[in-house]
Structures are given as structure tokens and as C-alpha cells.
Design a protein around this ligand. Structure first.
Ligand code: NAD
Ligand code: FE2
Length: 397
């Protein structure tokens, strides 16, 4: 047996707190870069939120070009367009400004511009360790944690697959984590992105690749998100809740970047690819069923999670706390008005017709192998069928 080493990667600098985005020029200066291409999306431009990054740059004499054609669940074709834009200027860094989609787009542009070829050439298990220029990430959702992860998720338009791309090329050099950018996130997106963060923390904690560093961050993230997600959803301008959610999202990002996600994410990506369900929402649709399937294989870990999130009491036994986790996640979905795939309006025949392919894509992503209970393909199919209406097989109907 060789020694088991822990590797932990993170951005070189993270500037965290309300108003931190005003210091963007200082961050560029620290790293000796001055010609950014800002990567964002039409909503950031249309609502004017992008001024929050452009104005402090302008005050420092920097007038960056903006690539704002990012789409939700970014595609390989958009990344190619972004690389074209990048090649037209003398840019020395990329600034990803927005939710996970613009940040992932900026990362993927850096990777594709460095190595050429097609985006699918970089999907796991390939190590995408090189980027053409550094990425500075500024999240406006709380969220994917993409600002501090070594991942980018890009859709292969030809094969209808959401690809996981992993490596140091996808790890931002710096992140600016400013919760004041999230006040305008609408409740639906607040819920979806918040459940995404919660899933990152939970999956990092129960992952077979969890380690003491990721554990500390995952546990902290679960208590922050568990205590504040409902308030952020019901009261968008509640600064205490927004700040806690942003800290939780970033901690969860660091945790899963170094411990990996597991079965929920493995099964969630194909739903996003085939049915364009927002990423956090497809996680939420799966979370109770997948947790029910998995708890028995790591009861004390799931019990810790339940206590941290606030679903169970400290005095509860592991078995009781683990059961409360499943019930608590179901209750959270009800409070956040998470629909089942059926209620979301997905066609019954199309859903069931794609399940074989979705199960294969889930397994191929590698994420299910990190789950405490590793599913066979048949079990993944059964979980997709169970998630369809959100009703567990033995429940009274
Ligand atoms: N790289 C990673 O480690 C990682 C992790 C998890 C998810 N992802 C990926 O990230 C993507 C999802 O990112 P997301 O959930 O942040 O969604 P998103 O970036 O697609 O944004 C969702 C919507 O919210 C809007 N929005 C964002 N910030 C806003 C604000 N402050 N005010 C008002 N509207 C705002 C956007 O314009 C968009 O319409 C998916 O493609 C997912 O697969 C990546
Ligand atoms: Fe996620």
C-alpha cells in the first residue's frame, strides 16, 4: 500500500465580502494583468449589473471588451465563439462575471484557447491543466462555487451531453466573492442555486474522496446554507441571509472541488443536457430519492449532515438523524416549490425513452463511483423513474 496523500487546490487569492467587487482593478494589478476580456451574459448587460465590474475598471483607466453571448448551460459552440473573440484582441486575462454559466464559459475559453481542438477533447478523464491566460471569477449567484473549483461544465451540442471538464486550467487565479451582487437574483433562481450549493456540500461530505480539509468546509457550508436558504428565498434583500449563502456556496465549492461530487450530480447533468432544467433544480428533483438510496451506506456521515443542516437534533441517534435528512430534504423541496420532472412539464414518453442514455451518461461521468453506495445501471434507471413524480416506490398513493 502506498501513502494516501491529500491534494487541495484553491484560487491564489479570494477577496470576500460586501463591496469587494470595487477592488477588481487592484486584483488585476496584484497579478500584473491589465487587458481583460470580460465574459458575461445578456441578463447582466440588460439589467446593468455588469456596471458593478466595468465602472471600477474604468476608474482605473481600463476599458475592457465584453463577450456577453454566454448561455445558461454553456455550449461548445458558444465557447468557440468566445475563443474567436479572445483571439481578436491582445487580452492577458479573462474576467468571468455572472452565475456559473459565464464563469464556466470564461474557464472553457481559457482552456480551448490554450490547447485548440474541440471542447470534447478535454472532458474527463482528460486532465485539462492548461489555460491560455488566468481567469478571475466574480459570482453573482450563490451558487455553483465555480469561482473556486477546478471544473467547468460544457454541453457537447453534437452529442447532447453535459461534459465535466476538470483540471488546473479550470481553476481561477483569483475570485471576488461579493454577496451584494446577489440581491437581484429572483426567488426561483435563489432556490435552485442554493440547493446546488447544498448538494455540493453534502456530496463532498459523503464522497469516497472526502478528506479532512474538504470535510471542514463542507460542514461549515451545510450549516450556513441550512440556516439561511429559506430566508434568502423569501426575502431577497436580506443581507444576512445573502451573505451566509454566498459564503456557504464558496465553501461548498472548495469542498467539492477537492472531494468531488457524487451520484446526484452524475444523474443531474443528463437531465440538464436533454431537458434544459436549471442545474440546481435538476439536483433538487433527485436529492431526496438519491439520498434515500444512499443513506444506509454511510449513516453516520449523513447523520452529521442532517444535524449541520438543522434537520436533526444533536441528541438524535445516527439512524434517526439520517432518516430525518431524507424527510428534511423532501420538506425543503416543498417549501422551495421544486416540481417533479413530470410537474415541470417534461414529456412522459421522451423522459422514459431517454433514461437508458441518461443512465449511461451518468455512469460515464465518473461521479456515481464516488457515492457511498455505488449504483448499477439498473439502480440509476430505478432512481430516475422514482424521481419522475417524486413519489418513493413504497409510499401510499
Ligand atoms: N464549474 C463548476 O464547478 C460548476 C458547479 C456547479 C454547476 N456548474 C454549472 O453552472 C451552470 C449554472 O450556473 P448558475 O446556477 O449560477 O446559473 P446561470 O449562470 O445559468 O444563471 C441563471 C440565471 O440567473 C441570472 N442571474 C445570475 N446572477 C443574477 C443576478 N445577480 N441578478 C439577477 N439575475 C441573475 C442569469 O442571467 C441566468 O438567467 C450550469 O451550467 C452548471 O452545470 C458549474
Ligand atoms: Fe452543482
Amino acid at each position: 500500500m502506498g501513502t494516501v496523500n491529500t491534494s487541495f487546490v484553491a484560487p491564489r487569492q479570494m477577496l470576500i465580502g460586501g463591496g469587494a467587487v470595487r477592488r477588481i482593478a487592484e486584483v488585476l494589478g496584484t497579478f500584473g494583468v491589465s487587458r481583460p476580456l470580460v465574459v458575461s451574459d445578456p441578463v447582466m448587460v440588460g439589467t446593468g449589473l455588469i456596471a458593478r465590474v466595468l465602472e471600477p475598471l474604468a476608474s482605473a483607466g481600463i476599458q475592457p471588451a465584453v463577450f456577453s453571448d454566454t448561455v445558461s448551460d454553456p455550449t461548445d459552440t458558444v465557447i468557440e465563439a468566445g475563443v474567436g473573440e479572445f483571439a481578436r484582441g491582445e487580452f492577458d486575462c479573462l474576467v468571468g462575471f455572472g452565475g456559473g454559466s459565464p464563469i464556466d464559459t470564461a474557464k472553457a475559453i481559457a482552456i480551448l484557447a490554450a490547447g485548440g481542438g474541440k471542447m470534447r477533447d478535454y472532458k474527463v478523464p482528460v486532465q485539462a491543466d492548461r489555460g491560455a491566460v488566468p481567469v478571475i471569477a466574480i459570482p453573482t449567484t450563490a451558487g455553483t462555487g465555480s469561482e473556486c473549483t477546478r471544473f467547468t461544465v460544457i454541453t457537447d451540442t453534437e452529442h447532447g451531453e453535459k461534459m465535466l471538464i476538470a483540471g488546473l486550467g479550470a481553476l481561477p487565479l483569483a475570485a471576488i466573492v461579493d454577496y451584494e451582487l446577489t440581491f437581484t437574483v429572483p426567488p426561483r433562481t435563489t432556490a435552485d442555486t442554493g440547493v446546488d450549493s447544498l448538494t455540493h456540500a453534502l456530496e463532498a461530505y459523503i464522497s469516497k474522496r472526502a478528506n479532512p480539509f474538504s470535510d471542514a468546509l463542507a460542514l461549515s457550508a451545510m450549516s450556513l446554507i441550512g440556516r439561511h436558504i429559506r430566508t434568502a428565498y423569501h426575502e431577497p434583500r436580506n443581507a444576512v441571509a445573502r451573505e451566509a449563502m454566498m459564503l456557504g456556496a464558496t465553501q461548498a465549492g472548495l469542498a467539492f472541488s477537492n472531494a468531488s461530487v457524487a451520484l446526484v450530480h452524475g444523474m443531474s447533468r443528463p437531465i440538464g443536457a436533454h431537458f434544459h432544467v436549471p442545474h440546481g433544480l435538476s439536483n433538487a428533483m433527485l436529492l431526496p430519492a438519491v439520498t434515500r438510496f444512499s443513506v444506509g451506506a454511510a449513516e453516520s456521515r449523513y447523520a452529521d449532515a442532517a444535524r449541520r443542516i438543522g434537520f436533526a437534533e444533536l441528541a438524535d441517534s445516527d439512524a434517526v438523524a439520517a432518516a430525518k435528512l431524507v424527510a428534511g430534504l423532501e420538506g425543503l423541496n416543498r417549501e422551495l416549490a421544486v416540481p417533479s420532472p413530470a410537474a415541470y412539464g417534461i414529456d412522459d414518453a421522451v423522459w422514459h425513452g431517454k433514461l437508458e442514455l441518461m443512465a449511461e451518461q451518468a455512469l460515464a461521468s465518473g461521479s456515481p463511483a464516488n457515492n457511498p453506495r455505488v449504483p448499477a445501471k439498473e439502480e440509476i434507471l430505478a432512481l430516475y423513474r422514482e424521481a419522475w413524480t417524486g413519489v418513493p416506490p413504497n409510499a401510499p398513493r
